[in-house]
Design a protein around this ligand. Structure first.
Ligand SMILES: [Zn+2]
Length: 160
């Protein structure tokens, strides 16, 4: 599929970037939801295992302060704290998830609240050496016991 047609961002995009109806602002403080299970609460960011997709250990680290869309909206101390939380979670994932490579993605093209997708790329991978198509993170559901198992092992790694 080629996407050569140029299209505008959706009508309410500027309001969403400013924080209107932000689903991630709504999830801060929620330990378990239909979307994800939280396994880490940091000073600057919290980490969740989304229940969607087909990549075990797929994690989203969410800035847990006021709504911001870009890391440039943080003070230097906040930015340093956010990255320290992201890297702390990434180090725990390296211990827990078998991986050929860790991927860190700051996108926010659907939900413009600062968050990082931290993806352990499996040893047997659908597209080794290339970005993972979004469908592997978004389509389908992971087994609840798999998510719960990762949450427990990641929480233990972060405590240790
Ligand atoms: Zn938000």
């Amino acid at each position: 599929m080629t996407e050569t047609e140029l299209r505008p961002w959706r009508d309410d995009w500027a309001a969403r970037v400013a924080g209107a109806d932000c689903p991630l602002c709504g999830v801060i403080g929620v330990p378990d939801s239909d979307w994800a299970r939280r396994f880490y609460t940091g000073e600057f960011a919290d980490a969740y295992l989304p229940k969607s997709g087909s990549v075990p250990g797929y994690t989203v680290v969410v800035w847990n302060g006021r709504h911001v869309a870009e890391p440039t909206q943080l003070s230097p101390a906040e930015a340093a704290g956010f990255w320290q939380d992201v890297l702390r979670v990434g180090a725990a994932l390296e211990q827990v998830a078998e991986h050929a490579k860790m991927n860190y993605q700051l996108l926010g093209n659907t939900v413009p609240h600062l968050h990082a997708h931290v993806v352990p790329r499996p040893l047997l991978d659908p597209v080794p050496h290339r970005p993972l198509p979004w469908s592997y993170l978004d389509e389908g559901r992971q087994a609840e016991d798999v998510v719960a198992g990762y949450a427990a092992r990641l929480a233990a790694a972060l405590a240790g």
